[in-house]
Design a protein around this ligand. Structure first.
Ligand SMILES: Cc1cc2nc3c(=O)[nH]c(=O)nc-3n(C[C@H](O)[C@H](O)[C@H](O)COP(=O)(O)O)c2cc1C
Length: 418
C-alpha cells in the first residue's frame, strides 16, 4: 500500500514532497505555516490578499492608517472611485512580507504566493502587476494565479528578469478555463510550471456556481490530465479541494497527479493565522454548518461556517482604509446593499445586511469563517480536552500525517492536557 511519501513532485531536477499547502487569505496561510511546509520538503503558500493590512499587523507598518487619513474626507460619500491605493506602498508591503518570509526559509521545499485576480483594489491591472512584480523582486519561489482567469497576467510580468525562473502556476476549476489561459498566453513562449485543479469542496471562493455539488474533483482532474496528454503538454497537475487524508492524496497521485494542494486541515494548526477561539469554531462545526453562499461581493460563491459573524452584520464599509474589493470603477456590491438597508433602517446601529458581506473588514477580523467542505471532520483529527476544547495541532503533525498515513487513517497528536 502506497503512501504520499512514495511519490515526488518534480520541477526539472528538483524533487519535492508532493504536498502543497494552499494559499489562504487574509493572513490565514501565514509565513510560519508556509515555512513549515518548505522545511518539511513540500510547498507552502503565503497570500498576497490585503497585504498592506497584514504587514501593519506583523511588521509595524502604517499603510492602513495613512490611507484612511488620506481619504477621510470621502467616508460619507457613496462614490469610492477616488479611493486609490498608492502603488509604491502596495509594492512595499509585498516586498516586506515576501522578503521576511524568504529570508527565514529553511529546508528543501519552496514558498509560493497566492495572487488573486479578484482582489481588484480599484485598479485591477495596476495593483496585480505591482503585487506580482514585488513578490518576484523579493525572491518568491513561485506565484499561483488564483481567483480569476488571469488572461492578462503573464503580460504584466513578462519583461521581469525573473519571468522564466520563478515558478508560475494557475488555479482552474475546468478544462475550459485552462484552455482559455493557455491560448491567451501562448505568445509568451513560456509554459506553466504547474496547474492546480480546484474542485467544488475547496475553501475560500469557488470557481463554480451554486450548483457546485454537480461537479467533482476527480472527474475534472482526469479531464485536465487527458487534455494535457492529447496536447502533448507535460505540466504537473495538482488537485485541490476535499483531499482530507493521505490515502485521498495517494488515490490522485496514482492516477497521474503530480502533487496535491490541501488547506482546511491546516486551519487548526498553531502556525495558521486564525485566532485560537475561532479555530475552536472550526473544530466544533458539524456537516449541517457547512454553507456555500453568495455573500461575497466578488461575485464568486464562497464556502463558510453558517452563522459566522460576517453573515449577520451591517458594518459600515471602510473602503477608505481597505477597499481591496473595489472594482475598476470603485464599486463594491456590499456598498450598494449597505446603502439600500441604511435608507430604510430605523436603527442603523442594529441594521443587518443579509445578502452581502463586507469582505475586507470581516476577513481582516477573522469573522468570515471560510473553510473546505470537510471542515466538519476536523474534530476527528485531534483530541477533545477535559474543558471541552480541542487540542490545536502543529503544521508538522498535519503535514506528516498526509505524507505517511495509509488506510485512510488520521494520526492523532500526542495529547497535551492542562
Ligand atoms: C480558510 C481558507 C482560505 C482560503 N483562501 C484562499 C485564497 O485566499 N485564495 C485561494 O486561491 N484559495 C483559497 N483557499 C483555497 C485553498 O487554497 C485550497 O485550494 C483548498 O481549500 C483545498 O481544499 P481543502 O481545504 O479541502 O484541503 C482557501 C481555503 C481555506 C480553507
Amino acid at each position: 500500500m502506497k503512501r504520499v511519501d512514495d511519490f515526488r513532485l518534480r520541477f526539472g531536477k528538483q524533487e519535492l514532497v508532493p504536498i502543497m499547502i494552499g494559499g489562504m487569505g487574509v493572513d490565514i496561510s501565514t509565513s510560519q505555516l508556509a515555512l513549515e511546509a518548505a522545511r518539511l520538503g513540500g510547498i507552502g503558500h503565503i497570500s498576497d490578499a490585503m497585504l498592506p493590512t497584514a504587514t501593519d499587523r506583523h511588521y509595524n507598518t502604517k499603510f492602513v492608517s495613512q490611507k484612511q487619513k488620506q481619504y477621510k474626507y470621502n467616508i460619507n460619500s457613496n462614490d469610492k472611485s477616488l479611493v486609490k491605493f498608492d502603488l509604491e506602498q502596495v509594492a512595499e508591503a509585498s516586498r516586506i512580507h515576501v522578503s521576511h518570509t524568504m529570508n527565514a526559509k529553511k529546508g528543501d521545499g519552496m514558498v509560493f504566493i497566492n495572487c488573486m485576480e479578484k482582489l481588484t483594489m480599484n485598479a485591477p491591472r495596476e495593483t496585480l502587476r505591482v503585487r506580482m512584480r514585488a513578490a518576484m523582486d523579493a525572491g518568491i519561489d513561485g506565484i499561483t494565479l488564483a481567483a480569476g482567469l488571469h488572461l492578462g497576467s503573464f503580460a504584466l510580468i513578462e519583461d521581469h528578469p525573473r519571468f522564466r525562473d520563478v515558478k508560475l502556476g494557475i488555479i482552474v476549476s475546468s478544462v475550459r478555463a485552462l484552455q482559455l489561459f493557455l491560448r491567451k498566453t501562448a505568445r509568451s513562449n513560456r509554459q506553466l510550471d504547474y496547474i492546480v485543479v480546484e474542485g467544488p469542496l475547496a475553501g475560500g471562493h469557488l470557481g463554480f456556481g451554486l450548483d457546485w455539488a454537480k461537479y467533482d474533483l476527480r472527474t475534472i482532474t482526469n479531464e485536465v490530465l487527458a487534455y494535457l496528454k492529447a496536447e502533448n503538454l507535460d505540466i504537473p497537475v495538482i488537485p485541490a479541494g476535499g483531499i482530507f487524508t493521505g490515502s485521498d492524496a495517494v488515490s490522485f497521485l496514482e492516477e497521474g497527479s503530480a502533487a496535491v494542494q490541501v488547506a482546511t486541515r491546516f486551519t487548526v494548526s498553531k502556525e495558521c493565522g486564525i485566532p485560537p477561539k475561532v479555530q475552536q469554531e472550526y473544530f466544533r462545526a458539524s456537516e449541517d454548518d457547512m454553507e456555500v453562499n453568495q455573500l461575497s461581493p466578488t461575485g464568486y460563491p464562497m464556502r463558510m461556517i453558517k452563522g459566522c459573524p460576517a453573515t449577520h452584520s451591517g458594518i459600515r464599509p471602510n473602503c477608505e482604509a481597505f477597499g481591496y474589493v473595489l472594482d475598476a470603477n470603485g464599486q463594491c456590491s456590499y456598498i450598494d446593499a449597505y446603502n439600500r438597508e441604511l435608507a430604510i433602517a430605523t436603527d442603523p446601529k442594529k441594521m443587518i445586511v443579509k445578502d452581502k458581506m463586507c469582505l475586507c473588514t470581516h476577513m481582516r477580523n477573522y469573522d468570515c469563517w471560510t473553510c473546505g467542505h470537510y471542515a466538519y471532520r476536523l474534530k476527528d483529527t485531534s483530541h477533545k480536552l477535559a474543558d471541552g476544547s480541542y487540542q490545536i495541532l502543529t503544521a508538522e503533525h498535519i503535514f506528516k500525517d498526509y505524507q505517511f498515513s495509509i488506510n485512510n487513517e488520521i494520526a492523532l497528536p500526542e495529547k497535551i492536557e492542562g
